[in-house]
Design a protein around this ligand. Structure first.
Ligand SMILES: [Fe+2]
Length: 278
């Protein structure tokens, strides 16, 4: 397993994460990269390729064939090592924890040894050099792959993590909700997830682009439209939980147990695309 890699990106980058076995969303985001003229080497996934939806193996295969960069998520860590649980860090006995038993078991049955071998070889961290600025790509927190770092997480935690990387900023995933924070002039950015909506009451999911422009990096959050009705139908046909199949349609998560108070209050409030010049 590689612990860290460095990649130089010339021109714009596309950042996404949390495919969650959602094949239709994965195809859509890869199509977006092509439409925007962003080469596969400049597309980076922050992990959790596998989780709630019905196409774990096909999603791994399309990601492997795409040539994009992928950082290991806790789901790849757990499935790659055949651990008995997803490692998402859900509260024991919570709705998410109980639902995870089902989708994790499903994914475990669907994946082959080749897919697990790919997961084990994913880097836990990838350093991107974009226009002379170095960003560390991780899944959750710098020290812990399944650490939930939200917009409302104290800035001091983000500051210490950024300092620990030695980079000018961090790109992370895992929590499923996009946000951008400038910490003492350095960057923390989470592009959200493409595989499940952002608990904002709309079925859209989210990805980001980072574009060098006039000496700054322009970070833009974009909605991803894809055919979520197909994805939901496949989940029901596979016998997976109705709760997540419905979440793709309503845009509301089955449970808010992992969310801090600030993010709980925002449930059902439609996100808007934004741009930050950094
Ligand atoms: Fe995760």
């Amino acid at each position: 397993m590689n612990d860290s890699l460095a990649v130089t990106i010339n021109g714009p980058a596309l950042i996404f994460g949390g495919n969650y076995s959602n094949l239709e969303a994965t195809r859509a985001v890869l199509s977006e990269a092509k439409r925007l003229g962003i080469r596969a080497e400049s597309v980076v996934c922050t992990g959790d390729v596998i989780a709630y939806c019905a196409d774990p193996l096909a999603t791994v295969e399309i990601m492997r064939g795409s040539g994009v960069q992928v950082v290991m998520g806790n789901c790849e860590e757990s499935l790659g090592q055949r651990l008995n649980q997803c490692g998402c860090g859900f509260e024991p006995g919570s709705t998410c924890d109980l639902l995870a038993i089902e989708w994790y078991d499903f994914a475990n049955r669907m994946l082959d040894d080749d897919a697990r071998s790919w997961m084990r070889c994913l880097p836990r961290r990838l350093d991107l050099d974009i226009d002379g600025r170095r960003l560390a790509v991780i899944h959750g927190g710098v020290q812990r792959i399944n650490e939930y770092i939200f917009s409302s997480t104290p800035t001091d935690i983000k500051r210490k993590d950024i300092e620990a990387t030695g980079c000018e900023g961090v790109l992370s995933g895992h929590c499923g909700l996009p946000f951008t924070e400038i910490v003492d002039g350095r960057l923390w950015h989470n592009s959200g997830a493409i595989g499940i909506p952002a608990n904002d009451g709309t079925p859209r999911t989210w990805y980001s682009t980072i574009t060098p422009r006039h000496g700054k990096l322009c970070i833009e959050l974009h909605p991803l439209d894809y055919d979520y009705q197909i994805t939901s139908r496949k989940m029901r046909q596979a016998g997976l939980s109705e709760r997540y199949a419905l979440a793709l349609q309503t845009g509301l998560w089955p449970s808010c147990a992992i969310l801090p108070q600030h993010e709980q209050v925002l449930r059902g409030h439609a996100l808007v695309p934004y741009r930050v010049d950094w």
